[in-house]
Design a protein around this ligand. Structure first.
Ligand code: HEC
Ligand SMILES: [Cu+2]
Length: 371
């Protein structure tokens, strides 16, 4: 059968599109592009670019990357061999067709017909079995190294609770370091470098997935079930991630930020987070607004309120972002958020309480003191 010219043209166009899409320049542009935001008036948070699986910063992600290189290499080799045979067949077919044209008398000559060939049958059974076996064993070894059932020795234990559309972090009281109070915070996870971090993953509503590609693989947070994962960050820095399981309207803005710090910095952070909320008399009016309105039913500020539906705000001003890593924490952004969160994160689960302008200013100033 002859391939229709139109189909050939379509194939060419598709190939051209595929080439353009994988062109290294456009790929580089994609990597450095700022995070897509719905409302261009919201500044994309600092460093919120695309994060990559090819620059691992933990032993486990390095192992995952190496395994993916191996799988890719084997697949590439198979591709080259199969396409090679295809090219040989096409070239020989074309040659045979031309020969038949020149010599019509010989055109009825059929190619040699082969029925069953033991060496070929054995080859295409045994080789794939070996390949699948090797891939299977290497994968099992990798999973065994990565998937632990118990926390590694000396691990820092944190419970992560996925909410629509933000992350809650509860640091276990830590006898080893003499920390006896559980720290509860949101959206920005701080971890020490060089020490294993054991995350217990839970969900308050639907299924979410915790994925910080440079630090660990992907693991789901499932309602009514506790999952676990772990990693040891190697170099200090900010590691970005993203909820990786579609969980509703604002799934795309359920971003992850992991701050890996050396142990002195981490201890300082934890000591500050263990303190009660700052009490500043100059912002008493804002505190009063917070407690007069429903804010207090949804948010905890230690010593002021104990709502559990939204993020803990006890040390809000120590964070870089609000709205789950999506919006820079500045006074102007915070004020707009409290005035009407929907203008920034449409459909999110915090209502606009329609505060008057002076109340907005007061409560914003109050929250900005909560270092
Ligand atoms: C019905 C519950 C509810 C009420 C009432 C409520 N909030 Fe929220 N709030 C939330 C939820 C849920 C989020 C997380 C939204 C998201 O990121 O998707 C949030 C987020 C926030 C954040 C950002 C926190 C962070 O770390 O990202 C601030 C600040 C905040 N609320 C302040 C307030 C103030 C001030 C009031 C009162 C004027 C208030 N909230 C009333 C539920 C509520
Ligand atoms: Cu999600």
């Amino acid at each position: 059968m002859r391939v229709k010219p139109k189909l050939q043209l379509l194939g060419l166009v598709l190939a051209a599109i595929a080439f353009a899409a994988t062109n290294t320049d456009s790929f580089a542009a994609l990597q450095s592009a700022p995070l897509e935001v719905c409302d261009s008036s919201i500044p994309p948070t600092e460093g919120a670019g695309v994060t990559g699986i090819f620059s691992p910063n933990s032993a486990t992600t390095r192992e995952i990357r190496d395994l993916s290189y191996l799988v890719f290499a084997i697949c590439a080799a198979i591709f080259v061999v199969v396409q090679g045979f295809l090219v040989v067949a096409i070239v020989r077919g074309v040659k045979a067709a031309r020969a038949a044209k020149r010599d019509p008398a010989g055109s009825s000559r059929e190619p040699v017909q082969i029925y069953g060939s033991v060496p070929i049958e054995v080859a295409w059974t045994v080789i794939p079995v070996i390949i699948v076996f090797v891939l299977g064993m290497v994968t099992i070894r990798t999973i065994r190294n990565i998937d632990l059932t118990n926390p590694p020795d000396g691990a820092l234990e944190v419970t992560v609770i996925g909410h629509q559309w933000w992350w809650e972090y509860r640091y276990e009281a830590d006898a080893r370091d003499g920390i006896t109070r559980t720290i509860i915070t949101a959206n920005e996870l701080h971890v020490p470098i060089g020490r294993p971090v054991w995350l217990r993953l839970e969900s308050a509503d639907v299924i979410h997935s915790f994925w910080v590609p440079r630090l660990a693989g992907k693991m789901d947070l499932i309602p009514g079930h506790s999952n676990a994962m772990w990693f040891t960050a190697e170099t200090p820095g900010l590691y970005l991630g993203q909820c990786a399981e579609y969980c509703g309207t604002q799934h795309a803005h359920m971003l992850l930020r992991v701050y890996a710090e050396d142990s002195a910095q981490f201890d300082a952070w934890r000591a500050a987070q263990s303190k009660p909320a700052v009490e500043d008399a100059t912002v008493a009016k804002g505190r009063a607004v917070f407690t007069q309105y429903a804010c207090m039913n949804c948010h905890t500020i230690a010593g002021t309120s104990d709502g559990m539906f939204g993020p803990n705000l006890t040390h809000l001003a120590s964070r870089d972002t609000i709205g789950s890593g999506f919006i820079d924490l500045t006074r102007a952004n915070l004020r707009q958020w409290i005035a009407d969160p929907d203008t920034m994160k449409a459909g999110c689960n915090m209502p606009s309480l329609k505060l008057a302008d002076d109340e907005l200013d007061a409560v914003t100033d109050y929250l900005m003191t909560l270092k």
